[in-house]
Design a protein around this ligand. Structure first.
Ligand code: CP3
Length: 373
């Protein structure tokens, strides 16, 4: 039994597609963001955010729900889902770490994890983390957003993947070198795995509580998966993604909640597509390094839906280029023959300075080129 009662869903295209049903038209999921799609390309985002700190917006259910709804309001019937306004870094915060969002620079941890010998690591491993209490504001934002959405589209909940969260926790922010996290996996593999396991357990509980609050589908963002080699992906990412896919359904059952589709987005780890199709996720998010036709072949007859995968950079291009990229995608995913197994999305979030009208054109082209009725 769900904890809340919400208005009935009027557009179930995305949930039907995620479950592998034939869709009337290809669902065109709004671009899921790399820190900041919702945001910076929309003038109304800056207006609603005002001078507030980013995490302050995440912690305010009223502001977070307003920001979640902005693309839905602006793009009307063109998009088939919303994603809750939050960030993957709320998990390290719940674990007791300080994370700031520095303007124009991105996330910053003033005190990242140094080595497993440090007091900080030992305390973190011993600490009981109550994600119900610490992230209560996220659940409240989800419940309020479901009410405000009034059934227009389903709502995504999300978490960072254990590997990607570990990267931030030891690097302290964005990085090009990945020096710290590579030191961890190649010098302290056992301690690294222990921490990844702890994060995985928190991710399961966090996602379950998001579903309890009203999330209708969930996505696990492994944004830094591509920094691992195929062999180290198998050791430091895959087991933990698989753990989440196995344990979330069990936890939902335990809580008496309905099952929801699960999406995994292992950015950059094109070599892992085949393995990801056997991990228990219903949907695999793909970046633009994949050739759609090849990906469809790799999936074969397994019941997995692909989500993606236009290069977000095309939104800087001409309308002719946008049409070309959409046409290639529609062809590559075999839409005309299959009519299922694909959720349209960008291959990563919308980058700064994109003109919202060009994004709108992208959405319209998808509708035009995938229309079947
Ligand atoms: O569209 C949405 O708003 C959905 C909510 C959302 C945000 N972050 C809001 C956000 C989601 C799903 C995320 C996920 C997220 N956050 C990821 C995984 C997706 C991906 O990008 O691969 C990652 C790695 C983060 C961490 C993060 N948060 C980074 C690296 C940044 C800075 C990005 C940059 O280029 O400056 C953020 C900031 C962030 N997260 C913003 C928003 C709206 C921008 C804040 C602002 O500048 O106002």
């Amino acid at each position: 039994m769900a904890e809340h009662s919400f208005p009935p869903l009027k557009n179930d295209l995305l949930l039907r597609a995620a479950r592998g049903y034939e869709a009337r038209r290809c669902p065109d999921l709004r671009a899921l963001t790399p820190g900041g799609a919702a945001g910076r390309y929309l003038p109304e985002y800056h207006e609603a955010k005002g001078g507030r700190d980013f995490f302050e917006c995440c912690r305010s259910p009223e502001i977070a729900s307003t920001l979640t709804l902005q693309p839905i309001e602006r793009f009307g019937g063109l998009i088939d889902a919303a994603i809750i306004f939050s960030d993957i870094l709320v998990i390290p915060q719940a674990m007791g770490m300080t994370v700031e969002m520095v303007d124009k620079k991105g996330p910053h941890f003033p005190d990242p994890l140094q080595t497993p010998q440090d007091k900080q690591y030992i305390e973190l491993m011993e600490r009981h983390v109550d994600v119900a209490k610490e992230l209560d504001y996220v659940y409240k934002a989800i419940t309020l957003t479901r009410k405000k959405l009034d059934g227009r589209v389903p709502l995504f909940g999300f978490t960072g993947a254990p590997w990607t969260l570990l990267c931030y926790m030891v690097e302290g922010g964005g990085t090009k070198l990945f020096k710290q996290v590579k030191t961890w996996i190649y010098k302290y593999p056992e301690e690294t795995k222990a921490l990844l396991q702890k994060i995985s357990e928190l991710c399961v509980e966090y996602l379950a509580l998001q579903v309890k609050a009203g999330a209708q589908i969930v996505q696990v963002f492994d944004s830094w998966a591509g920094e691992l080699s195929p062999s180290s992906f198998k050791k430091f990412s895959q087991p933990y993604l698989a753990y989440i896919a196995k344990h979330l359904p069990l936890r939902l059952k335990e809580l008496g909640l309905e099952q929801v589709p699960m999406v995994v987005f292992p950015k950059g780890a094109w070599y892992a597509l085949d393995a990801c199709a056997d991990m228990g996720y219903q949907v695999i998010g793909m970046d633009w390094l994949h050739d759609p036709a090849e990906a469809v072949k790799i999936i074969g007859d397994r019941p997995v839906v692909l989500q993606g995968n236009a290069d977000p950079g095309v939104l800087y291009g001409s309308h002719e280029s946008i049409t070309e990229v959409v046409t290639e995608m529609v062809k590559g995913f075999g839409w005309a023959e299959r009519k299922k197994g694909w959720i349209v999305n960008l291959g990563h979030g919308i980058t700064p300075f994109v003109n919202p009208d060009d994004l709108k054109f992208f959405f319209q082209e998808i509708h035009r080129l995938t229309k079947t009725d």
